[in-house]
Ligand binder design. Structure first.
Ligand code: PLP
Length: 334
C-alpha cells in the first residue's frame, strides 16, 4: 500500500528493528534503562535543554507539559487548531482543570502577539490565571519564522508567561530552515518532539526542559500511566531515528514539492505545500469517490473538505509517480 494519510503510518525498517532487538534494557521507572537514559540525554543535547523525558505518545508529552506548567484554575493560550487544544480530547481541562484559551492562528501558523496580549487575563478574582503560551511548530506543515519565535520568547519574558512548543514535527522545521534543533528550541522553556511521525519509530515522544521541570514531569508521567519498564527497546528506535532519519526529512519536503507541482500539472486544485504536507481542494463530487477508487489501486488517502497528503520515509518518488498517474486516470473518468 502507498499510504499518504499521515507520516504516522511509517513502519520500522529492518535496520531500526535490529537496533531495537540489540537494545540494552532495564526498568526505566527505577531509572535503570541505559537506552532510555541515552535517548533522554541525546534529546537534551540536541535541544540544548538540561533534561528530557521519554514518553509513549505526543499527546501524553503535551499533557504532562501542561500539567507541569499550569495548576488547577490556570490557563494556557493556544491556537484554535493546535493539536494540544483540539486533538487531545480536552485532556488538560479534564485531567488538570486547566483552562485553554484558544485564539486563531495567522496564515503563517503563528499566534499574533498583539492578540495574545489581549487574552492575557488581569489579576482579578473573575479570571483564570494566564500562565503559558503554547505554540506549534510545524503547524499544519507550516514552519514558524525564527524571527517570530524570538519575538514570542521576548514577549513571554516580559509578560511573565512560560513558552511551550508542541514540536511534534519540529525537526521538519529545523531541516527546512537548515538550522540545528537548538536554534529553534532556545526560544522555548519546554518542547515536545514526536519520534513516531516523519522520524519513523513505531512509538515514542520526548519532552525537553530544565532539570527541575523534567523532574516534576517524571511524576506526572507516572501518574498518567506513562512509566514504562524495559522501554529501551522503544528508545533504541528513537536513537536510531535521531541518528539516521533527521537529515532525510529533506527528501520528504522535496517529494511534497514535487507532488504539489505534478498534481497542479494534471489540473488538481493544490492550495498549498509546506514541508511534508500538500493541501488540495477536490470538487464536491470527487470527495466521496476518489478515496475508494485509489484504495482499489493500493493507494490510501483521506479526501475531505480539504484534503491533506503527507509524504514520509515509506513513500518514494516512484510511489508518488504512481499516485499521480492513477489520479490522472481517475480524472479521465470524470
Ligand atoms: C501527532 C501530533 C501530536 C500527538 O502525537 P501522538 O503521538 O499521536 O499522541 C501532538 N502534536 C502535534 C502537532 C501532532 O501532529
Amino acid at each position: 500500500m502507498i499510504d499518504l494519510r499521515s507520516d504516522t503510518v511509517t513502519r520500522p525498517t529492518q535496520a531500526m528493528l535490529n537496533a531495537m532487538i540489540q537494545a540494552e534494557t532495564g526498568d526505566d521507572v527505577y531509572g535503570d534503562d541505559p537506552t532510555v537514559n541515552k535517548l533522554e540525554a541525546e534529546a537534551a543535547r540536541l535541544s540544548g535543554k538540561a533534561a528530557a523525558l521519554f514518553l509513549p505518545t505526543g499527546t501524553q508529552a503535551n499533557l504532562v507539559a501542561l500539567l507541569c506548567h499550569c495548576q488547577r484554575g490556570e490557563e494556557y493560550i493556544v491556537g484554535q487548531l493546535a493539536h494540544n487544544y483540539k486533538y487531545e480530547a480536552g485532556g488538560a481541562a479534564v485531567l488538570g482543570s486547566i483552562q485553554p484559551q484558544p485564539i486563531a492562528a495567522a496564515a503563517d501558523g503563528t499566534l499574533p502577539l498583539d492578540v495574545v496580549a489581549q487574552y492575557i487575563k488581569p489579576d482579578d478574582v473573575h479570571f483564570a490565571i494566564t500562565r503559558l503560551l503554547s505554540l506549534e511548530n510545524t503547524h499544519n506543515g507550516k514552519v514558524l519564522p525564527v524571527e517570530y519565535l524570538q519575538q514570542a520568547w521576548t514577549f513571554t519574558r516580559e509578560r511573565n508567561l512560560a513558552l511551550h512548543i508542541d514540536g511534534a514535527r519540529i525537526f521538519n522545521a529545523a531541516v527546512a530552515l537548515q538550522v540545528p534543533l537548538e536554534a529553534l528550541a532556545r526560544y522555548s522553556d519546554t518542547l515536545t518532539i514526536c519520534l513516531s511521525k516523519g522520524l519513523g519509530t513505531p512509538v515514542g515522544s520526548l519532552l525537553c526542559g530544565s532539570e527541575e521541570f523534567i523532574r516534576r514531569a517524571r511524576r506526572w508521567r507516572k501518574m498518567t500511566g506513562g512509566g514504562m519498564r524495559q522501554a529501551g527497546i522503544l528508545a533504541a528506535a528513537g536513537l536510531y531515528a535521531l541518528e539516521h532519519n533527521v537529515a532525510r526529512l529533506k527528501d520528504d519536503h522535496d517529494n511534497a514539492a514535487w507532488l504539489a507541482e505534478a498534481l497542479r500539472d494534471i489540473g488538481v486544485d493544490v492550495t498549498r505545500c509546506d514541508t511534508n504536507m500538500v493541501f488540495l481542494r477536490l470538487p464536491e463530487a470527487q470527495v466521496t469517490t476518489l478515496g475508494p477508487w485509489m484504495q482499489e489501486r493500493g493507494i490510501l488517502i483521506s479526501p475531505g473538505a480539504i484534503t491533506r497528503l503527507v509524504t514520509h520515509l515509506d513513500v518514494n518518488r516512484e510511489a508518488l509517480q504512481q499516485l499521480v498517474s492513477q489520479w490522472q486516470a481517475f480524472l479521465a473518468t470524470q
